[in-house]
Design a protein around this ligand. Structure first.
Ligand code: NI
Length: 468
């Protein structure tokens, strides 16, 4: 009998407990659905220390955007205080991403604080404060910016940022890849622009190694951004690229300025007054120059070799050669190279009269214009023979050279590279001639070497622009 009685009482206990659990569940579900009760109690277990349970108050209010609610979660444990404020959207994927960030931040804070307090006799009180801000862009996208302040001692706070950009109707999350139309060239430009801006704003406070790392052209490095008004703001954490005193660095770039690298859906209709240019890098540069052509065979071979290495060069042409080989002259231009004037028939200008010099220059300018539709942008005197008087008669930059390959003298493809190597330096202008077969044959080894050494091939005018 005793046995049966105890069984029955166990059964009653079980039923009672089940009812309580069921009722509690119903109440909690009702609260979540209606949202009428402002406060509810929940418990959160810290992952690293399952014995610590932190009761918290949750409050849900409307935001200024109809689809978005704001959840406020406050710790009820005075030793482990926190206050978290984050949006609840109509999209599961977005909410999951938000939840993951909030839970991760909360858990690492609780773990760090409890670990610290287990070790030390004197307990400290930390704080975690997450706030979020929502911006709407173009009636199409929402950007959520989370600002997280955390401390384990209340003396110094760490500030960090997280952002989520998503489409208002589809909930699709936008990351840097989609923003820049999946183009790594665009990523490269953005990385350089942001790095240059950080240096410009925070120059003396920048940590160089960290900056290089944080702005290396990898998609995941540029996922902290928000579309705010007509700009894109990129966020960095406090202490990530610069000293802590300057706070959390941000870079704000007008969308109209970024238009050329943005996917079309993000572009602004507004035209920018300034165009996006890749900021100057410390890459070494060299200007390859070819004189006395164009030549039907040699020039063509040189053009093909240059193209293989994506190298741009400058061709100082003789007027009489352009007249003979108009198609080659046009080909040089169409492949993106620069054209210079090298006189009509190669006289030593220092021994010519003023009118002869003028004729040599002007007549060649005109021939080149008639063939390619543009005037030459630079001039090189034959034999490098010039003086003040000759210079005064020429209204484009007069270009000499800093490395003479003597290709006209040795006519040996194997001697071209040693001549370049012997005097190589950043900003070099290398003199060669596109009328000797040996030069065309030896060029590839020069290009391979310069590329390996980290040189970029630019035209003479690009080099001059760089130096000014
Ligand atoms: Ni010459």
């Amino acid at each position: 009998m005793r046995h049966r009685k105890s069984n029955r009482s166990a059964m009653i206990d079980f039923l009672l407990i089940s009812s309580i659990i069921t009722l509690t569940a119903i109440i909690i579900i009702t609260i979540s659905i209606t949202g009428q009760f402002k406060f509810q109690k929940t418990t959160v277990a810290a992952t690293a220390n399952p014995n610590v349970e932190i009761p918290s108050l949750i409050d849900i209010t409307n935001s200024s955007f109809p689809e978005i609610q704001i959840v406020s979660e406050t710790s009820m444990n005075s030793l482990i205080p926190y206050s978290l404020q984050y949006p609840k959207t109509p999209f599961d994927s977005v909410n999951e991403e938000i939840k993951k960030y909030i839970e991760d931040s909360k858990n690492s804070y609780i773990t760090a604080l409890t670990t610290k307090n287990q070790k030390n006799k004197v307990k400290t009180i930390g704080h975690l404060d997450i706030t979020s801000e929502i911006h709407e862009y173009n009636n199409q996208y929402y950007s959520v910016i989370f600002k997280t302040l955390s401390t384990l001692n209340r003396f110094s706070y760490d500030e960090s940022f997280k952002t989520i950009v998503f489409h208002k109707e589809t909930g699709e999350i936008v990351q840097s890849r989609a923003l820049l139309n999946y183009d790594v060239g665009h990523l490269d430009v953005l990385a350089k622009v942001i790095r240059a801006e950080l240096v410009r704003h925070y120059n003396n406070s920048i940590f160089n190694d960290q900056l290089q790392n944080a702005t290396s052209p990898l998609w995941e490095k540029f996922n902290r951004f928000a579309l705010i008004d007509n700009a894109i703001v990129f966020y960095f954490n406090q202490g990530e690229v610069a000293v802590k005193d300057v706070g959390s660095p941000t870079v704000t770039l007008p969308i109209s300025y970024l238009n050329p690298i943005l996917a079309s859906v993000f572009q602004s209709e507004e035209k920018s007054e300034v165009t996006i240019v890749t900021p100057k890098e410390n890459k070494k540069k060299v200007a390859l120059t070819f004189d006395d052509g164009p030549h039907p065979k040699v020039t063509m071979q040189i053009l093909n070799t240059l193209e293989k290495y994506d190298a741009k060069a400058t061709f100082f042409m003789l007027g009489k050669q352009v007249e003979k080989h108009t198609d080659i002259a046009k080909e040089v231009v169409s492949r993106g190279h620069e054209i210079g004037n090298h006189t009509y028939n190669h006289p030593e200008l220092t021994k010519q009269s003023t009118s002869q010099v003028q004729w040599q220059v002007d007549h060649t300018d005109q021939i080149i214009f008639d063939v390619i539709g543009e005037y030459p942008t630079v001039f090189r005197p034959p034999y490098g023979a010039k003086n003040q008087h000759v210079d005064s008669l020429i209204d484009v930059p007069v270009i000499m050279w800093t490395i003479d390959t003597y290709d006209w003298k040795h006519r040996d493809p194997n001697k071209l590279l040693p001549a370049v190597k012997a005097n190589l330096h950043d900003g070099a202008i290398i003199l060669m001639h596109d009328i000797h077969q040996s030069t065309a044959d030896g060029l590839e080894s020069v290009l391979i070497y310069l590329q390996q050494e980290g040189y970029e091939f630019v035209t003479v005018s690009e080099l001059l622009a760089e130096q000014n």
